[in-house]
Design a protein. Structure first.
Length: 103
């Protein structure tokens, strides 16, 4: 998905659905097999892959990722911040909000 400019949430969901399908097929797994292994209904998987159910729950999406062995890649999607948020807050306090010019 790098280098791609998504215009809407639907674009992102469509890409995610296509990728899940690609990984499922690469694992030589049918939608029914994925449903049994993930606990997500067959109909939900069919609709998600066809773009008819863009509101797949996050829990169901993670279950699908687990079945194709991709849950470990979530760290790449949202890597840990190099500086903890509380440290960023302290750093931001030190940055002046205005510049006063001496005349």
């Amino acid at each position: 998905m790098s280098g791609v400019n998504f215009r809407s949430n639907q674009d992102i969901l469509g890409t995610l659905a296509a990728r899940v399908k690609e990984y499922r097929l690469a694992a030589r797994m049918s939608q029914r097999e994925m449903a049994v292994q993930s606990g997500v209904s067959y109909t939900t998987i069919c609709h998600f892959e066809q773009g008819r159910n863009p509101n797949l729950t996050l829990g169901n999406f993670i279950s699908l990722l687990r079945v194709v062995g991709m849950e470990g890649r979530l760290e790449e999607l949202l890597p840990e911040l190099p500086v903890p948020p509380m440290a960023l807050r302290e750093i931001n306090k030190l940055i002046p909000k205005r510049v006063r010019r001496k005349e």
